[in-house]
Write a protein that binds this ligand. Structure first.
Ligand code: AMP
Length: 118
């Protein structure tokens, strides 16, 4: 069940501010409030999807395309296409997902460490 009062839903409704990087019909991208790398941006779909389980089952094709294209556009805007970056999604309890609105993290601006540390 989607919680319409989660923090990213509030950002989408402009009830709380964000440092916006990019927005179109399908996605909003903004800087993470607690950056884990020199560049740390979140890319979220505008639709109300809890996680990838929900999105992959229920999103329309145009929303799925919009999210993936949005990720690419954000990497271009951040000027990290050439240097490289990491895109990451935490899903559910074992994945460590804190905010129950689907989001991808984009990390870059420096050489990143190991993919996983436990
Ligand atoms: P996750 O563990 O994948 O759910 O990550 C949630 C991310 O959202 C964390 O990296 C938080 O720092 C970030 N976050 C939480 N609240 C805000 C906010 N108001 N604006 C920007 N980023 C936020």
């Amino acid at each position: 069940m989607y919680d319409k009062d989660n923090i990213f839903a509030k950002i989408l409704r402009a009830e709380i501010p964000c440092k916006k990087v990019y927005e179109d019909k399908f996605v909003l991208a903004f800087h993470d409030i607690n950056p884990q790398a020199k560049i740390h941006v979140l890319v979220i779909p505008k639709g109300a999807y809890v996680d990838l389980n929900d999105f992959s089952k229920n999103a329309k094709n145009e929303e799925i395309e919009g999210l993936i294209r949005g990720l690419g556009k954000v990497a271009k805007i951040l000027n990290i296409e050439e240097a490289g970056y990491r895109y990451l999604g935490n899903n559910g309890k074992d994945g460590g997902q804190e905010v129950p609105h689907l989001h991808f993290h984009i990390f870059g601006g420096e050489k990143l460490g190991k993919m996983i540390s436990k």
